[in-house]
Design a protein around this ligand. Structure first.
Ligand SMILES: Cc1cc2nc3c(=O)[nH]c(=O)nc-3n(C[C@H](O)[C@H](O)[C@H](O)COP(=O)(O)OP(=O)(O)OC[C@H]3O[C@@H](n4cnc5c(N)ncnc54)[C@H](O)[C@@H]3O)c2cc1C
Ligand SMILES: NC(=O)c1ccc[n+]([C@@H]2O[C@H](COP(=O)([O-])OP(=O)(O)OC[C@H]3O[C@@H](n4cnc5c(N)ncnc54)[C@H](OP(=O)(O)O)[C@@H]3O)[C@@H](O)[C@H]2O)c1
Length: 248
């Protein structure tokens, strides 16, 4: 059974009509970058809880979550109405294995996300620990519209901070957007556009791939990497090249 603590909303940023970030103060136990909490509200006498990844570094007490309002969803539209000063429930202990300790050494670490799943990578990169073992890190954020690139300024700051070790690449699927590729992740890997834009290869001998977000993207990309690049899922008992987390 999860232990719940009460959190207080300190800030809300509405990025677009459907994307928002919530900052919360709550007496949680320390989490590992890449993990998620459960957030909950009592709605008509029932506690509705869902998983949300931490965006902030574990060293930062301003807990931050990046959300999309799922139309007809039970919890996300309610979380979208919260204001500074409101309360919500947060699990005291974080959960999840989408963390660097589960990722083997490799020359290039690819951090690939769709939508709000950029969050765990921002937490990992803002903390910045345990990354010396990768020569290159590539952070990919794929969204529908250019306006959905909410964290691009932070991605750019991180790129500067890492002084050449980190490369960022945005993908916008539904319109042409400056400095972004257009299309979907598996297609852009298959046609070589993603690697050409980044300037690094995706290959079993040198790369580890983290995939996070839309479950169909995760499945399709995994399948493609298996068929075309001879890459396999990474398991503790059987090392491979792909670590993934699906958001639904
Ligand atoms: C490990 C983990 C981490 C997660 N982290 C985040 C996060 O950081 N930010 C975030 O916004 N969500 C995140 N999610 C998704 C989140 O837990 C909820 O599923 C989401 O907010 C929808 O909840 P709901 O109650 O509004 O909709 P529900 O009433 O539960 O579901 C409606 C339907 O919407 C679809 N759906 C669910 N989530 C999404 C989504 N994100 N995008 C599109 N369709 C969806 C599914 O088909 C689902 O059956 C995460 C999920 C997991 C498993
Ligand atoms: N983003 C918005 O403006 C917006 C507005 C209102 C409501 N919503 C709702 O919010 C929820 C999540 O939307 P989202 O935009 O955050 O996430 P999303 O639908 O997962 O889209 C994010 C990115 O993932 C891509 N993608 C989807 N399926 C894929 C697959 N099988 N393989 C590879 N890439 C794939 C999308 O490309 P495609 O564009 O090709 O699908 C898009 O570039 C949805 O329920 C949506 O209805 C979103």
């Amino acid at each position: 059974m999860a232990n719940w603590v009460t959190g207080k909303v300190t800030d809300i940023t509405n990025w677009t009509d459907s994307l928002f970030s919530i900052k919360v103060h709550a007496p949680i136990e320390k989490f590992t970058a890449g993990q998620f909490a459960k957030l909950a509200l009592e709605i008509e006498g029932t506690r509705i809880q869902r998983a949300y990844s931490y965006v902030n570094s574990p060293n930062d007490n301003n807990l931050e979550f990046y959300l999309v309002t799922v139309p007809e969803g039970k919890l996300s539209p309610r979380l979208a109405t919260l204001k500074a000063g409101d309360e919500l429930l947060v699990t005291e202990q974080a959960a999840g294995f989408f963390v660097l300790d589960e990722v083997p050494d490799s020359q290039t670490l690819w951090m690939i996300s769709t939508g709000t799943a950029i969050g765990p990578y921002l937490s990992i990169l803002q903390l910045g620990d345990n990354l010396d073992r990768f020569e290159n890190i590539v952070l990919i954020h794929a969204v529908r519209w250019g306006k959905d690139l909410s964290y691009l300024p932070i991605m750019k700051e991180l790129e500067k901070k890492f002084q050449g070790k980190l490369r960022i690449q945005t993908i916008v699927s539904r319109e042409k957007w400056p400095d972004s590729l257009m299309g979907r992740i598996p297609a852009l890997i298959e046609n070589g556009e993603l690697e050409a834009a980044v300037g690094l290869p995706i290959q079993a001998s040198s790369s580890h791939i983290m995939l996070c977000g839309n479950p169909q993207m995760v499945r399709d990309t995994q399948q493609l990497l298996k068929e075309q690049r001879n890459m396999t899922k990474h398991l503790r008992r059987k090392p491979g090249h792909i670590t993934s987390e699906q958001y639904w």
